[in-house]
Design a protein around this ligand. Structure first.
Ligand code: ADP
Length: 163
């Protein structure tokens, strides 16, 4: 049976840290489905549709990766509907571990057969987050090396439009 992993996140925007996790996950699983979920508690820089398009452009050379919009559903329900037996998440620090542990245990309660698999962030990306990158870019800082080129370009364009 095909081993499918769902990688859920807000990806606002997708960073090279996320891309590293996706690439490594794509080598472990038959298919990785990136689930862009609409997080109502966080103010979003890109619309959900923009995020999907930008992520699709960033993963275009990974043939076993696809991107879906996960609007108002529980992550476990989305995974089950996809036939995914794994959730993929990344861990950068002890802070992430604490947060991820609670989510993974809640998801295990909701769907006992769904296994969460964690990949440790690669050292070159373990200090970056979407929110830090957005903040630096807003004030004109250069964080190009941490973003897929298509996403860096889209952020710079959006910043310049808003000026
Ligand atoms: P969420 O709002 O669900 O935490 P994010 O888009 O912030 O969504 O993150 C999605 C997943 O990617 C999380 O498991 C997060 O820990 C992981 N992640 C975020 N940044 C990095 C990074 N730089 N390297 C590896 N994993 C990361």
């Amino acid at each position: 049976m095909k081993k499918i992993a769902l990688f859920p996140g807000s990806f606002d925007p997708l960073t090279n840290g996320h891309l590293d996790t996706i690439t490594r996950g794509a080598a472990l699983f038959d298919e990785v489905v990136v689930g862009v979920f609409v997080n109502t508690s966080k103010k979003s820089f890109f619309t959900p549709k923009e995020k999907v398009q930008l992520i699709e452009a960033s993963v275009s050379d990974l043939k076993n990766v696809r991107v879906i919009l996960q609007e108002h559903d529980l992550t476990v329900d989305v995974a089950n509907a996809l036939g995914a037996k794994f959730l993929l998440r990344g861990i950068r620090s002890v802070k992430d571990y604490e947060y991820e542990k609670d989510i993974a245990q809640m998801n295990q309660h909701l769907s006992p057969d769904l296994e969460t698999v964690f990949l440790l962030a690669s050292p070159e990306y373990s200090h970056i987050s979407s929110s830090i990158l957005k903040e630096v870019i807003q004030f004109g800082g250069d964080v190009e090396k941490y973003l897929p080129p298509v996403i860096n370009q889209a952020i710079v364009e959006k910043r310049d439009q808003n000026e």
